[in-house]
Design a protein around this ligand. Structure first.
Ligand code: GLY
Length: 388
């Protein structure tokens, strides 16, 4: 049995990606530790939790689509397993999504998305404005049409983070509730980390899962430091009083004047409205302009939101890689692996990331679906250029 300061695996970062990696590794028999002052914190505390493989499809992202779909398929069993183990509900809701168009430009954009979805073998149905409003009566009369994607569901990332923390505890994961200050390297191999409390956490394998901070860990050689940038998202939370329920029965989203806006209704009455996308470094200020734009765009879709109490405003940082796809698996530094760079898809990709990372930690090989996301895909281009 290893001492609490020595483990098979040290995961640096206890957001949902770090936690799922630690949990799955521990389930495979590896003595695992997590270094994070606040496990379960990070972007999951802000994210809306859309599982939007179909409605967030983009040109040129066919390989990522495969990983997104693989993860979406695992969600029902993943959520059920977490609930069975911990007694905690993660808010997985098979609600579907409706992406709508407010003007002719939006409609053209959605028609193109529909064509791409069909070419990609995805299921979605084109609806007229009237059909959209029949499904969701709170939609604005001006909605010109929409795409119904019954396979894009949601989970509550805050509950998910809580359940993953509990699952890790039950699986015997050791928590070092402090920051990892510096990776330790000896004889050309990563050996763990020095923690902010001055102690050392030694490990056979170290997984860097620090979200948008992953590129900032001291001690990581420059040629393996991941090029991950923070992409700010401001998100609002509103409350739907019982007398107004059901307000929306599924996620409703649109692109308004080039910006994504989505409304994600939870079963408990919370309505999450997101999200801005801002490349401003490590700034997490909630701004009047961000809140204004989200409310303005959401109001154009669903005018009735102005009646709802605004309960929370918050900003988080998405970890964006050079190609906005995740970085999974071994680096060129033996003993150092990455699980970061999930950008807009961290919540969706949580189940498949846990499985892939556990597999590579145990066997040294990534499973087929994760191989295209090896950090080695960038070669020399992965040399870190830190955002200012
Ligand atoms: N996937 C939604 C977002 O990143 O805003």
């Amino acid at each position: 049995m290893s001492s609490p300061r020595t483990s098979d695996v040290l995961v640096i970062g206890g957001g949902i990606i770090g936690l799922v990696t630690a949990w799955r590794a521990a389930q495979r028999g590896l003595a695992t530790a997590v270094a994070d002052p606040e496990p379960g914190g990070g972007a999951a505390q802000v994210a809306a939790g859309m599982l939007a493989a179909v409605t967030e499809l983009h040109y040129g992202e066919q390989t990522l689509l495969g990983l997104n779909l693989a993860s979406a398929r695992r969600y029902p069993d993943f959520a059920a397993e977490l609930t069975e183990l911990t007694g905690l509900d993660v808010g997985y809701r098979r609600c579907g999504t409706l992406a709508v168009a407010l003007d002719a430009d939006d409609r053209t954009h959605l028609r193109e998305l529909h064509a791409l979805q069909r070419q990609s073998g995805l299921e979605s149905e084109w609806l007229s404005g009237r059909e959209c409003r029949r499904l969701e009566p709170m939609l604005a009369p001006g909605v010109r049409g929409g795409l119904r994607a019954d396979g894009d569901h949601q989970v509550d990332p805050r509950r998910l983070a809580g359940a993953l923390t509990a699952a890790c505890e039950r699986a015997g994961v050791v928590f070092h509730r402090t920051w990892a200050e510096r990776l330790t390297v000896a004889a050309g191999r990563a050996t763990g980390a020095v923690l902010r409390d001055g102690t050392t956490a030694a490990a056979e394998q170290t997984v860097l899962a620090g979200g948008s901070l992953s590129g900032r860990l001291a001690g990581v050689p420059q040629d393996v430091l991941p090029a991950v940038r923070p992409v700010k998202g401001q998100v609002l939370r509103l409350a739907v009083p019982a007398r107004c329920a059901p307000f929306l029965s599924r996620t409703v989203r649109a692109v308004v004047r080039g910006s994504h806006v989505y409304l994600v209704p939870r079963e408990n009455g919370e309505l999450v409205v997101g999200a801005t996308s801002e490349e401003l470094g490590w700034d997490t200020t909630v701004t009047a302009g961000g809140v204004y734009e989200l409310l303005r765009d959401a109001h154009e879709l669903v005018p009735g939101i102005t009646e709802l109490p605004l309960t929370e405003t918050r900003a988080g940082l998405r970890p964006g890689s050079l190609d906005n796809a995740p970085l999974l698996g071994p680096t060129e530094l033996p003993g150092l692996l990455l699980a970061t760079g999930h950008y807009r898809n961290g919540v969706l990709l949580t189940p498949v990331t846990g499985d892939a990372m556990a597999e590579v930690l145990v066997t040294g090989e990534l499973p087929d679906e994760a191989r295209p996301f090896s950090p080695r895909r960038f070669g020399a281009a992965a040399l870190m250029e830190q955002p200012a």
